[in-house]
Design a binder for this molecule. Sequence first.
Ligand code: HEM
Length: 320
Amino acid sequence: MSGRNWDRVPIDAQSVDAPLSLSAIFLVVTVGSDHAALSKVASALSALDDLAKNVGFRDLSGRLSCIAGIGADLWARLSPDGRPRELKTFAPVNGPVHSAPSTPGDLLFHIRAERADMCFEFERILLDRLGGSVTVVDEVTGFRYFDARDLLGFVDGTANPTGLDLPASALVGDEDADFAGGSYVVVQKYLHDLNAWAETPTHLQEEIIGRTKIDNVEIDDDDKPRKSHKSLATIEDDAGNEYDILRDNMPFGRPGQKEFGTYFIGYTRYLWVIEKMLQRMYVGEPPGAYDRLLDFSTPHTGTTFFAPTRPMLQKLAEGA
Ligand code: HEM
């Protein structure tokens, strides 16, 4: 392997390897266009680690973590001289029936803990520090739903890479050495039509997802004309190599408002992998045979970020 020995780069993208948590907050903000706003944001970013320690130390078993992701426009303001090779704003995806919109966002904070109060406290103090320099454009509090199921009732996250496969799938490597250890992050907030889903027979739901509902076993649909979500989201190159991503989706909702959702968040070493998944889901494979999960799930946001390593984040913040 050339130059840096990639296998020995400690896992970073801040805390991408934090375990699946009971609670999470996904906070997306835009940053004011003046220099004062930028420097306030930079100082909050450089103090992020200390804030996680201050709140996290109050209950170490709460395993509080926060990953900050930076959008392409803000990246250009913080570091005009260089950016991760693939970083750009989320490109809308238009299929024959369903479309994925692109929505604004300069910063993403993915806050996770075993306790909802720790996520809340972290977010409260963070927003206090950011003050008028940012505008909150989306804020979602997610929760673990029984045995890691989404609100459609399926276990979500099974095929995630683990062990050494995790950094190999989620973290940039030698191919973009200046940004090695960072990660591209794509988020989409989906709302579900749970009534229509409930009227869909279980065997059809299983065909749509590509796994059985109760015991979470994969269904082989290689010979079927209409592929499942699982198969459409499986990306292989011509040589048969599979490209995984790391997902940390969380259910959220307000039954009183009939709001039932899945917050999709994917971390990837190569942005093109998630873009290809979205193409296959929305346009279909073959074209027209789109992901039927979308007949029951509508994306309301779509934003791309880059989560740099801790030292990279510090450098960016100090530079500003
Ligand atoms: C697999 C749910 C959106 C990528 C799965 C599985 C479920 C699921 C239940 C099967 C179990 C598992 O391996 O986790 C959902 C829901 C979504 C959603 C409810 C939103 C409404 C997305 C999006 C992407 C994606 C937008 C990518 C852009 C994947 C991948 C797999 C997967 C890569 C694993 C495929 C494999 O078996 O290798 N999803 N998903 N999902 N999903 Fe999604």
